[in-house]
Design a protein around this ligand. Structure first.
Ligand SMILES: [Zn+2]
Length: 251
């Protein structure tokens, strides 16, 4: 039965296509582009790190991490703003329908080893969030302020480049909320939300494995990654498969 999945994906990609463009960031955009890293934490990205971590080496996830780390370095070299969401939960507060994951104080809730340096990076903002949607997770429970909205405003960001995991869950929900907020005028001066497909990934739970697990819903990786991109595009995000930069120091 497994061979049906690739065929289904090919058919689906024709029926619900994603128009992938490219994004070139040159010196003119120095002060206007921000990078949003969604949940590059061990609990989702590092093999064997927890209930929602990959069980074995996963090409899509490792490429996502590699591309995201590369982008984070390029942004930081240019002193462009970076915002990293870290999925983090209090041990007593579950997040249905998911099993316990990324518990506060454990390594699951920390950035992947290749991004640890971001913790000491002055132009990076790290935000722990206890829900799927980073926009909602940016709201301060005490005063109602929003870390993400303030980050956009304070850095005068006109374009955000969104990467991370999972394409069809945390990335999609954040992108959808950001676009609704932009359309309502909450996110001035933000104009564009761009999703970089090669720096996004989702988890893999193929049908033949899901069938052997109690209450598990199948989640074929390549198909759901595609669906996530398609939905993001449908909400008004631009999807790109290539990001290039002008020379450092160009202005
Ligand atoms: Zn979570």
């Amino acid at each position: 039965m497994e061979h049906l999945v690739p065929q289904t994906i090919d058919l689906l990609k024709k029926e619900v296509p994603v128009e992938e463009g490219s994004l070139h960031l040159n010196g003119d955009e120095v002060k206007t582009t921000g990078l949003v890293l969604v949940d590059l934490v061990n609990g989702f990205c590092t093999v064997g790190a927890g209930n929602l971590a990959p069980k074995m080496a996963d090409k899509q996830i490792s490429e996502m991490v590699e591309e995201s780390v590369k982008l984070a370095r390029l942004f930081c070299e240019r002193k462009w703003p970076v915002l990293a969401f870290l999925d983090t939960h209090h041990p007593d507060i579950p997040e249905p329908p998911y099993p316990p994951h990324c518990i506060l104080g454990t390594d699951e809730a920390n950035l992947v080893p290749d991004l640890q340096w971001l913790e000491n990076e002055p132009n990076a903002t790290l935000r722990r969030k206890d829900c799927i949607d980073g926009f909602l997770g940016s709201i301060d429970k005490q005063d109602g302020s929003n870390v993400f909205v303030n980050w956009v405003r304070n850095n005068n960001i006109k374009l955000i480049l969104v990467v991370g995991i999972c394409t069809d869950i945390c990335v999609l929900d954040f992108v959808s909320s950001a676009l609704s907020a932009r359309n309502r005028g909450f996110l001035s001066p933000l104009e564009d939300v761009v999703v970089y497909s090669r720096a996004c990934a989702t988890y893999d739970l193929p049908l033949h494995i899901a069938k052997t697990l109690k209450d598990a819903i199948p989640h074929p990786q390549e198909l759901m990654h595609h669906v996530g991109l398609y939905m993001a595009q449908g909400r008004g995000a631009k999807v790109v498969s290539e990001v290039s930069f002008g020379a450092l120091g160009q202005s």
